[in-house]
Design a protein around this ligand. Structure first.
Ligand code: HEM
Length: 415
């Protein structure tokens, strides 16, 4: 690839606006996969890194957790915001949560809640989630044939689920929604606030203050929820630190709904745009588990996480130096022509579908079974009750390069 095109690509793949234009996004990454799949990136506003765009390289790096650490670089943060972070926290990290931890801490902290999120653990939530799915579709029907599927439906339902899991009362959900949109949509004026790291830090401080009260309550009145586990958690006989506990709340609360809501709204848009696939799914709801995986592959709501090399090594034929950081480009790996047959076709019965939208290896998404259960329950309830779903205006995507998806999906339908 000519050097100039490669320079342009560094700006393109880091610009939040690219993530609000799916065509531009996929075009850039398809070019990288075919010409320079492990690409050294030197964008103007960010510290340099390797963009790892192919499935085989992403999975190889994530599996080798001994050589590729999660700390200290987690996701794209501008140089200016990194400086701001350095002033706020001694290690320059936004929060010391599971995705920022390495062993031995990662294993110990993940184990605190792991049982709750296994397929068996989430099965205990099936009844509650089915009720919520019904309530959500009742809500949709009550809109009388038109709604903005993102704000009226898709943002609301996963939020309620994760708040039940965490143990947050229903009346505080609007606050949680506002805070997590401020964190993930911080580069989009409409979605989050548009003030980058300043928005994120403000929101995180509000999160901490909120959860301090919940922790105090759960120490006095333990219940069956994640808040009780975290309020009373010990590792090697010692209570876990406040910073780690706050970061744990944050990752479960924030990672648990924006992502799922993007997969739900993006999945519906893909069904609307592919009427044959919508008809196939409506005719055979037993395809739902496969369809759900395809919604998640198709939308890949988490756009990347970083790893940092411990020792000199090679990835995809490129010499990586100790200390270099690597961006795992999940949506690109999920369109990899070497792994997925016809990767740009949306197929509700795609099989196999070993996508990496949930990551891979020891850090693979803790909430993956919960997310799939939620999405399945909603579409199983919605498709039999809501017909003729069609676009009722232009969809729009959040301008954010870390976690993103639709911010508007105006639809009409017959209940
Ligand atoms: C469609 C929905 C979701 C997507 C696409 C998604 C995606 C991801 C990805 C890509 C990672 C990083 C994996 C890696 O580094 O290999 C991750 C980690 C994580 N996710 Fe999710 N996620 C989703 C839903 C959820 C839900 C519902 C929860 C609720 C508990 C959750 C909690 C977490 C946690 C706690 C981690 C950190 C795991 C670790 O580092 O050990 N996620 N997720």
């Amino acid at each position: 690839m000519p050097e100039e095109a490669l320079r342009d690509i560094d700006e393109i793949i880091t610009d939040p606006a690219t993530y609000a234009d799916e065509g531009a996004y996929h075009e850039a990454f398809a070019m990288l996969r075919s010409t320079d799949p492990v690409h050294w990136c030197e964008p103007r506003d960010y510290r340099p890194f390797w963009a790892v765009t192919r499935y085989a390289d992403v999975t190889a790096v994530e599996l080798n957790a001994a050589n590729f650490l999660n700390a200290p670089r987690q996701f794209l943060v501008t140089r200016a915001d990194e400086e701001l972070l350095m002033q706020q926290s001694p290690d320059g990290m936004f929060a010391r949560n599971l995705v920022a931890m390495d062993n031995p801490d990662h294993k110990a902290f993940r184990a605190l809640t792991a049982d709750l999120f296994t397929p068996k653990g989430v099965r205990t939530l099936e009844g509650k989630i089915a009720d919520l799915a019904k309530e959500t579709v009742d809500r949709m029907v009550a809109h009388g044939g038109r709604c903005d599927f993102v704000s009226d439906i898709a943002a609301w339902y996963p939020l309620r689920t994760i708040m039940i899991v965490l143990g947050v009362p229903a009346e505080d959900e609007p606050l949680m929604l506002r805070l997590s949109q401020k964190i993930f949509g911080n580069t989009d004026e409409e979605a989050g606030g548009g003030e980058g790291m300043t928005s994120m830090l403000e929101a995180f401080n509000d999160f901490k203050a909120y959860f301090a009260d919940i922790v105090a309550d759960r120490r006095r009145n333990p219940r069956e929820d994640v808040a009780t586990i975290l309020a009373n958690a010990t590792i090697n006989g010692e209570p876990i630190g406040d910073a780690e506990r706050d970061a744990y709340f944050l990752i479960v609360a924030a990672a648990g709904h924006d992502t799922t809501s993007s997969a739900i709204s993006g999945g519906l848009l893909a069904l609307i745009e592919n009427p044959d696939e919508m008809a196939k799914l409506r005719a055979d709801l037993s395809l739902m588990p496969k369809a759900v995986d395809e919604f998640i592959r198709w939308t890949s709501p988490v756009k990347h996480f970083f790893r940092t090399a411990v020792a000199d090594c090679e990835v995809g034929g490129k010499a990586i130096k100790a200390g270099d950081s690597l961006m795992m480009c999940y949506p690109s790996a999920n369109r990899d022509e070497a792994v997925f047959a016809d990767p740009f076709a949306f197929r509700v019965d795609r099989s196999p579908n070993r996508h990496v939208a949930f990551g891979y290896g020891p850090h693979v998404c803790l909430g993956q079974y919960l997310a799939k259960l939620e999405i399945r329950a909603l579409f199983e309830e919605m498709l039999p009750r809501v017909k003729d779903i069609a676009l009722d205006g232009e969809p729009a995507w959040v301008k954010a390069n870390f976690v993103s998806g639709l911010k508007r999906l105006p639809i009409r339908f017959t209940a």
